[in-house]
Design a protein around this ligand. Structure first.
Ligand SMILES: Nc1ncnc2c1ncn2[C@@H]1O[C@H](COP(=O)(O)OP(=O)(O)OP(=O)(O)O)[C@@H](O)[C@H]1O
Ligand SMILES: CC(=O)N[C@H]1[C@@H]2OC[C@@H](O2)[C@@H](O)[C@@H]1O[C@H](C)C(=O)O
Length: 370
């Protein structure tokens, strides 16, 4: 087991939007952040994305040779050639997530990646949490706690990730550790960009509503918004988590609307889901720091700002990198796993007791470093 001390960890995250792999270096002992290092983005090609999309919803045991190759090649590309990396945190590509049923499935082979890179790889971060009754997600909250310390936050604050799915972490930075009672509350708020991206693909053949250009021209359909907010997910107490396509039917609610009105309504749904989520915060946060691609959508950000009582700011306002925060999270968590520290606790995933997930694979002796 790794002793306390500064480690250069390289994290890799490929999110639910299937755009590519983010890679980022963090210097940390798994408790304190000492600094952030080099970052890289390796996009999936259109062909890669089609292969991964076809594999969504599949579980181990299915024929996954083609998507597994896509994941391996993209990660070797993304993670090779970084300076003096001590270990890698490899999230893998989530294909399916059903924590109360079949479990959670992140495609990727950490042993093969350790072989290819020549450094230890920590992977399969979510299974242990699910096995102990947890949601297996979100896992970034322990890193968000360290970020709150890094930015020297004094009062309660919240991080919001607007990816394919949205997830929020409320933090009391005055607590000594992330697994101290009352330090964190975390959960998936609801769908964020995934349904909007699906709409844009279906109607206009575009990846997303870039800069909110289409939604800006539309009107929100309040009836559809109300129906959406009736979903039982919003009445469940946190912790709770979602599969990417859990709300795929939302497009049905806007089917009769014009392109612009449908985009405006789906954007409003993403913001309203966050507003509902904020009602669970143990104390009002002083600010909501937004990470993930949704922070680049000014219409979504404006809707959030209008709906909430606290300032809504992109994480860049406090010197963090909103494109890389999740990759950095898995670098940080990898160090925690190596040190035998927990990566989730009852208030972040609903797990029975604080648990350290993750499997460690080592390269065979004699392999060169990445
Ligand atoms: N300029 C922009 N305007 C509007 N939307 C944008 C913009 N840039 C990114 N996005 C949205 O953000 C999405 C990507 O977000 P992100 O990279 O955080 O997702 P992810 O990490 O794959 O998802 P998750 O966090 O759910 O795993 C894009 O698919 C798009 O919908
Ligand atoms: C199962 C899974 O991959 N969940 C992702 C997804 O993307 C956003 C949200 O849903 C979050 O719960 C999680 O990712 C982030 C990185 C997390 O675990 O904190």
């Amino acid at each position: 087991m790794l002793k306390a001390g500064k480690v250069r960890a390289l994290g890799a995250m490929s999110g639910t939007s299937l755009d590519g792999v983010d890679a980022a270096v963090v210097e940390t002992d798994g408790e304190t952040i000492f600094g952030f290092g080099e970052t890289r983005y390796r996009a999936y090609s259109a062909a890669d994305r089609a292969v991964l999309r076809a594999a969504l919803g599949k579980w181990p045991g299915a024929d996954l040779d083609a998507p597994a190759r896509v994941v391996q090649v993209a990660h070797v590309d993304a993670l090779s050639g970084f300076d003096a990396v001590d270990l890698v945190g490899f999230h893998g590509q989530t294909l399916a997530h059903d924590p109360r049923g079949r479990g959670t499935h992140q495609l990727g082979d950490g042993a093969a990646l350790a072989e290819a890179l020549g450094v230890p790889v920590v992977w399969d971060f979510r299974s242990a949490d699910v096995a102990m009754g947890g949601e297996g997600a979100p896992l970034a909250p322990f890193f968000h706690f360290a970020c709150a310390r890094w930015i020297e936050a004094a009062g309660p604050l919240a991080f919001l990730n607007l990816g394919g799915v949205g997830n929020i972490t409320w933090i009391d930075p005055a607590k000594p550790r992330p697994d101290t009672e009352g330090a964190l509350l975390a959960f998936d708020t609801g769908p964020a960009n995934a349904p909007l991206n699906d709409l844009m693909q279906e109607r206009l053949g575009q990846d997303c509503d870039r800069d909110g250009a289409l939604a800006r021209r539309g009107q929100v359909e309040d009836g559809a918004l109300e129906l959406f907010l009736d979903d039982p997910y919003f009445f469940r107490m946190p912790p709770k988590s979602l599969d990417r396509d859990a709300f795929a039917d939302m497009i049905g609610l806007v089917r009769e609307l014009s392109d612009a009105d449908a985009a405006a309504t789906l954007t409003a749904m993403a913001a309203a889901a966050v507003m509902r989520g904020m009602e669970h915060c143990p104390a009002p946060p002083e600010r909501l720091l937004v990470t993930g691609g949704g922070r680049k959508n000014p219409v979504m950000m404006q809707m959030l700002a209008t709906a909430l009582d606290c300032p809504v700011l992109p994480v860049e306002e406090v010197g963090l990198d909103g494109d890389m925060l999740e990759a950095q999270a898995f670098a940080f968590l990898a160090v925690r796993v190596m040190r035998g520290l927990p990566t989730s606790c009852p208030s972040t995933t609903g797990v029975r007791a604080a648990v350290g997930g993750g499997e460690v694979s080592y390269p065979l002796p004699g392999d060169d470093e990445a």
